[in-house]
Design a protein around this ligand. Sequence first.
Ligand code: SF4
Length: 219
Amino acid sequence: MVIYTVTGKVGEAGYLDIANSGDITAKNIYVNITNRCPCSCVFCLRQTKKMMEGNSLWLKGHEPQVEEVMEIFNQYDLSVINELVFCGYGEPLERLSDVCKIIDLLKVKYPKLKVRLNTNGLANLIHNKDVTPELEGRFDTVSISLNAPDAEEFLALTRSKFGIKSFEALKEFAVLAKDHVPNVVMTVVEKVMPEEKIARCQKICDELGVKLRVRPFEN
Ligand code: SF4
């Protein structure tokens, strides 16, 4: 499933292919174009065999090419949607240039399209350079999963292939992104994280000058 909506129910039943989503007016439309990710988070559903075999968000066979994604989009009127969100069960910026191409093509037709990126914040390590200038004019919001209040806990949770430097890189990514994107947010999940740790995450965000969003816990 490449392009989908979320009904509010958690789990596979909550994800609907755009073809089965009915009227998309005022809905968020999600784009899922890669399974690749430098992390292996302990809580990530993509780690499970069930996900890889049966879940409709796991891209089987191949990653959809830009043309295939655009073919789907061309069947819909995106002027009525709320927000387009690049997320999925992988890190969207693994496919940085394709993400940019898709947004550029869509913005020709929909110059006011609101676009959000849900990211692990490690794109500068993935590409070994500062990619945040590429976000300018393309994304309205960048939402970065902070996950933890310090580098050790972050690494223990995400098992990032980049090791202990990942947490600093994520924070630097957030600061650099502020120069190019109007709304940079970091997220943690309530209940999963004790309040004392949420307070430390809030302090980090205050120091970086970005908002912290405490996402509701869903099970
Ligand atoms: S960063 Fe996201 S996609 Fe990657 S392993 Fe963690 S939760 Fe899964």
